[in-house]
Ligand binder design. Structure first.
Ligand code: 4AD
Ligand code: MG
Length: 432
């Protein structure tokens, strides 16, 4: 008999098929067992009727418990009342394993700490099924965007000798005879090298920051997608970003809107995310915040609350540009007409999600870069290779990094970033 996944059941109406999966819930009326079945691709109800199956099959079904693994054979029936459109009338059931203990995740009101401790099991829940499938769609959307534009994927290293962003939140470790290296905060410096070799490049990988902030937007280990393009200046960079983000949203709406609806996401808000996005300057943002009574001075960086307030004026993501050079990283190109600010932008998502992208034009002048490294007290000797890029064939170039989990949290409408990644590493959690 043909093994079919739940996602394909609609194509097998009135056929007898085999399903392999798990029972996530069950109830019984004495004459009928209703098994809520999942196989990782979807959910369906399996009905086991005493009158239509052999006695021993009915008995097996009666012994099943939550999260029993089972192989079910049955007839696929169209069922308009079912949220899945089909139902399966069992003809045979084989239990692969019946748990000896009750499944720990049983109540509706488990606390978040308990659920995070059970993340290895919690992944099986319908909510996580939908969230992580949206994450999968987002990553495909990113890859497709760059494939269609002929960018080259460059996998950047995890161990780095040169600090990529700031000395403040590094994970240090000993690397054989070399001495101290760091887990990467960003692949940017390596993408800068690669864009001078391949023109337009991107990466997608894990990044690490020992951030002591315990907020709903921060992870210790998170995935970042970065792009870097030779000869791109500030405005080109913003255009690429708005095209990427609107493409991601469109792709998810076209390919995963069922998952968004199942999560209760208001899709009409996402439908507004089309190019172009609004741009406001840091100066304007500061004036706006001060007009709202926020105690903030020119030169300060924004925290989550400030970002939320700024973005709440807009229905789609908004670029905040030209931050003070003191508030941003060493590699950002100062604005030639106003050297106290840099040619950078943060993209703030609406609905309280805050920064999802940070990017900038990069310094391409050798002497200026050396000056800036010194200004930030970074060890010049660890940046010789990076400085070489300014010695041979240096050109203006720009790029950005998009936080995958922040994007997932925004698109899914999650309250907290910890559900946007399969196994979150936060300040107090590295288990499971
Ligand atoms: O703004 P960030 O720090 O930019 C960079 O690392 C640049 N080197 C990227 C580049 O230009 N190539 O980080 C980029 C994005 C942020 O906008 C945010 O979405 C995400 O990464 N991010 C985090 N996500 C979760 N937890 C954290 N602790 C994060 N820190 C940054
Ligand atoms: Mg940033």
């Amino acid at each position: 008999m043909k093994w079919v996944y739940v996602e394909d059941l609609k194509n097998h109406i009135n056929e007898e098929v085999e399903l392999r999966g798990w029972v996530w819930n069950l109830r019984s009326s004495g004459k009928i067992h209703f098994l809520q079945f999942r196989d990782g691709t979807g959910f369906v109800q399996v009905v086991v009727e005493r009158s239509t199956v052999p006695e021993d099959v009915f008995e097996v079904a009666g012994k099943l418990r939550i999260e029993s693994s089972v192989i079910v054979r049955g007839l696929v029936k169209e069922d308009k009342r079912s949220p899945y459109g089909v139902e399966v009338l069992a003809t045979d059931i084989a239990a692969v394993q019946i748990p000896k203990e009750p499944y720990p995740i049983s109540k509706k009101d488990h606390g978040i700490d308990f659920l995070m401790s059970c993340r290895h099991l919690w992944l099986r829940s319908r909510r996580q099924f939908h969230i992580l499938r949206v994450r999968d769609a987002i990553i495909w959307a990113i890859r497709k965007f760059y494939k269609d534009r002929n960018f080259v994927l460059i996998d950047t290293p995890i161990f780095t000798g040169s600090i990529g962003e700031t000395a403040g939140n590094l994970f240090e470790l000993d690397y054989f005879d070399y001495g101290k290296v760091y887990l990467t905060q960003t692949g940017q410096l390596y993408l800068e090298a690669a864009c001078l070799a391949f023109g337009k490049v991107y990466n997608l990988g894990p990044t690490f920051r020992a951030e002591k902030s315990k907020t709903r937007r921060h992870l210790i280990e998170f995935w970042m997608h970065e792009a870097e393009v030779a000869y791109y200046e500030h405005e080109d960079n913003l255009r690429l970003q708005e095209e990427l983000v609107s493409h991601i949203v469109k792709y998810v709406l076209e390919n995963a809107s069922d998952h968004l609806l199942a999560l209760g996401r208001d899709i009409s808000k996402l439908e507004k995310v089309t190019v172009p996005f609004e741009r406001i300057s840091y100066d304007e943002a500061i004036k706006f915040l001060q007009s709202k009574g926020v105690d903030i001075q020119w030169g300060d960086d924004f925290g989550g609350d400030e970002e939320t307030l700024i973005a709440s004026q807009f229905e789609k993501p908004v670029f905040v540009t030209h931050y003070p050079r003191k508030a941003k990283a060493f590699y950002m190109q100062p604005d030639p007409s106003r050297p106290e600010v840099v040619l950078c932008a943060d993209l703030l998502a609406p609905e309280g999600y805050g920064e999802i992208i940070g990017g900038s034009q990069r310094i391409h002048d050798y002497d200026l870069l050396v000056e800036r490294l010194k200004e930030f007290n970074l060890p010049i000797d660890k940046y010789q290779w990076y400085l070489d890029l300014r010695k041979w064939g240096s050109v203006p170039h720009s790029g950005f990094g998009l936080g995958i989990e922040r994007t997932v949290a925004w698109i899914c409408g999650l309250e907290h970033i910890r559900e946007a990644i399969p196994f979150a590493r936060t300040l107090y959690r590295v288990y499971p």
